[in-house]
Write a protein that binds this ligand. Structure first.
Ligand code: ADP
Ligand code: MG
Length: 701
């Protein structure tokens, strides 16, 4: 590798990893699984966290909760088999001892850790039954009396894949870093913009995050708040902004069918409604109609609080397409929500003589075939889950795609829909309307949805009464149940939401069954229903229908009711374990009550003691019903203290940026993006290639 020729320094970054010494075809293949194919992909493969192995602590100084490196001499070894195989190794130094505990181990490991052997280990310290212990620490045997050699730098921990250890990966990354071009040549943000916005050198930032010095502020680093990380986060956010704008520009270069009719279907729908559109609905519907009438593809996000009436705006958009002789697809993230739309659309549109097709994932066999044939033959409106987006569903003339609850879809899925093609013969693409009930703070909207125009329905239909919210300790659970009894006695209906946060739908269902049994026993004389995600769609529907019809007084539910359930007579909601939920989800859930003219209540049951964050969240819920305020607060609260490694907001994944933590960077990101596109558009391409790497290349294909 020393024989580099005059290739430009940036070209070095584009070289295949196989050109690095020591990277053979097998390793290159493993790296490719991580999306690492070129030298620069390694430069931008950033650590998830760090380990401090620059110091050796005395066993005497260890505290539970520490993550530390210690040295000691093996005193005793015990192999146990009581419940499962276990290797326990007691080490000691300076009269204090520490237990190392292994549940998976090889014979050789046991043989190596003999009494008298000196070891250096690194791990999490916790308090076990026999005192301080480390479970599965990293360890190495020390020879003779020589003092342990410690690391000079903090040790980065990288995202990796099976069969590729940290040491090996770090080794390859070090080789790639040795090829980093000089400061000025690596920089893609023009120097005048760097100067104006106080952006430090990218090269220094990269070197710092890959190898922080021993005295680096570990706490700051672990939170991603170190200036070097912020410099990288800035560039990553900038790149993401640019790539969304590029996507948008690409779509906008194409043509869509102009969907402007005479508005007669609109008028007929509005005439038959028992209510008037709100001013906000009318304004947003007009914005959408103007987009649809153009032959540029619409890319519009409609945001509006729960209950603001987004579905009606969607229906009006659909009618414009139908009037112009084009098809509409409406896609929702869950079957329950899709069914809700199906019922609303059929209720509104059947009187106008418009058929609405249903196409969902679970539908099989002949019914599915028949529905698909009708869609291929030009059925005007089809509603379903994302099964709609999958292969095999062909449209005759798709003119408009409506996606509900955007936050559950990724950008990629959004793209997949766009590519369904309206009219391949003429090269037209469909218009796209995205609905979301998660209000997005303005700064975030600018970045995360830079490929979309945003309309806000910032007004609720009249006659809604704000929900009164209280937080109540689980110790007063029986009082709450009494309160439900009283409400039901007055003819009101109640939701009881079980929010056990478990990986498996089965456990969640079980928790709901337990709560259901408790309420059935406590509320004799009232019918209590149960709905959870493990039930068949038909069963779910039967329960929901019974609740809607008033046959059931109380509905126990898992968070399957989070979206899309509309029962105006339900005016009381109890949310269990509310301390575990995020603000956005609490707000969504609460939006299921307060839909009618009756005063509604929400009881947030919590399990004490409350942590600081949970306390603040519940406080916000008690203070306001305004989705936008809640969203702003959510962003603010989630900044600090959030678990390390949560890098997802709205399903956009980043290497280092965190939309919640780094939102303060966004206004500048946008400003720099604007200027960069104007003065150096080719650099935008290079930034995208650099940061998005493999993933973007696939998306383009
Ligand atoms: P979301 O924005 O949460 O999707 P929906 O579209 O489900 O809200 O509307 C919530 C409820 O309000 C529905 O029952 C709907 O029929 C009703 N609704 C919609 N617009 C109005 C309006 N302008 N006046 C009164 N009720 C309305
Ligand atoms: Mg809705």
């Amino acid at each position: 590798m020393a024989t580099e020729t005059a290739a430009s320094p940036l070209e070095v970054g584009r070289r295949a990893l196989g050109t690095l010494p020591g990277v053979g075809p097998a390793l290159a293949e493993t790296l490719a699984r991580l999306g690492l194919e070129r030298v620069q992909d390694l430069w931008f493969h950033l650590p998830l966290r760090y380990e401090d192995k620059t110091r050796v602590l005395a066993i005497a100084d260890l505290r539970p909760g520490d993550r530390a490196q210690v040295e000691g001499v093996v005193e005793a070894v015990e192999r146990g088999f009581r419940y499962r195989p276990q290797l326990k190794v007691a080490i000691a130094a300076g009269g204090h001892s520490l237990l190392l505990r292994f549940f998976h181990f090889h014979r050789a490991q046991a043989d190596l850790l003999q009494p008298g052997v000196r070891v250096l280990c690194y791990g999490d310290v916790r308090l076990g039954a026999q005192g301080l212990e480390m479970v599965h620490p990293q360890y190495q045997r020390l020879s003779g009396d020589a003092p342990a050699t410690v690391e000079e730098l903090l040790t980065p921990v990288y995202p990796t894949t099976e069969g590729l250890g940290q040491k090996r990966l770090a080794g390859v990354i070090a080789k790639a870093l040795a090829l980093l071009p000089p400061v000025a040549q690596l920089e893609l943000i023009p120097p005048e913009l760097c100067a104006e916005h106080g952006l430090s050198s990218l090269r220094d930032a990269l070197l710092y995050v890959h190898r922080p010095p021993a005295d680096a502020a570990l706490g700051e680093l672990e939170q991603g708040r170190h200036p070097a990380q912020q410099r990288l986060a800035f560039e990553e956010l900038l790149t993401q902004h640019l790539s969304l704008r590029r996507m948008r520009a690409q779509v906008r270069r194409r043509h869509a069918p102009a969907l402007g009719g005479d508005g007669s279907l609109h008028r007929r729908l509005l005439d038959q409604l028992p209510f008037q559109l709100t001013g906000a609905q009318r304004r947003v519907a007009d914005e959408v109609a103007a987009d649809l009438a153009s032959d540029r593809p619409m890319l519009r996000l409609v945001q509006g609080d729960v209950g603001s009436g987004k579905t009606m705006v969607a229906a009006l958009a659909a009618l414009a397409a139908v009037e112009a002789g084009y098809q509409v697809a409406l896609v929702a993230p869950t079957e329950l929500l899709a069914e809700q739309h199906l019922r609303n659309f059929r209720h509104w549109l059947t009187p106008l003589g418009i058929e609405v097709e249903w196409l969902a994932g679970k539908q099989q066999g002949r019914a599915r075939q028949a529905a698909m044939q009708r869609v291929a033959a030009g059925a005007p409106i089809v509603i379903g889950t994302h099964a709609l987006m999958q292969e095999g569903v062909a449209f005759a003339r798709l003119g408009l795609v409506i996606v509900d609850e955007q936050h559950r879809f990724g950008v990629q899925q959004r793209l997949a829909l766009r590519d369904k093609g309206a009219d391949r013969a003429q090269g037209l693409v469909p218009h796209q309307l995205v609905l979301t009930a998660t209000p997005i703070p303005r700064t975030l909207a600018m970045s995360a949805y830079a490929d979309l125009d945003v309309s806000s329905i910032d007004e609720l239909p009249p006659g809604r009464t704000p929900v009164q919210t209280v937080a109540v300790s689980n110790a007063r659970r029986s009082e709450v149940i009494e309160r439900i009894r009283a409400a039901c006695g007055e003819g009101r209906q109640a939701y009881w939401v079980c929010t056990l946060i478990e990986e498996s739908e089965q456990l969640r269902a079980q928790a709901a069954e337990v709560a259901h049994a408790e309420l059935v026993a406590a509320l004799q004389g009232f019918a209590v229903g149960l709905v959870h995600g493990r039930m068949k769609p038909k069963e779910k529907q039967a329960v929901m229908d019974a609740f809607k019809a008033g046959t059931l007084a109380v509905l126990v539910a898992t968070t399957v009711i989070e979206v899309g359930v509309d029962v105006p007579n339900a005016s009381l909601m109890v949310i269990e374990n509310s301390e575990r939920l995020g603000l956005a989800q609490l707000h969504q859930l609460r939006g299921r009550v307060g839909r009618g003219a009756i005063a509604s209540n929400c009881v947030l049951l919590y399990q004490p003691p409350l942590g600081q964050l949970a306390r603040e969240r519940l406080q916000v819920m008690r203070e306001t019903n305004d989705g936008f305020r809640i969203a702003e607060k959510d962003l603010q609260l989630r900044g600090p203290g959030e678990v390390l490694g949560t890098r997802q907001t709205g399903q956009l994944s980043f290497r280092i940026a965190d939309l919640a933590r780094d939102a303060h960077l966004l206004p500048e990101v946008q400003a720099v993006g604007e200027r960069l596109l104007a003065s150096h558009p080719e650099r935008a391409e290079r930034l995208i290639e650099r940061w998005v790497g493999g993933a973007a290349r696939y998306a383009q294909a």
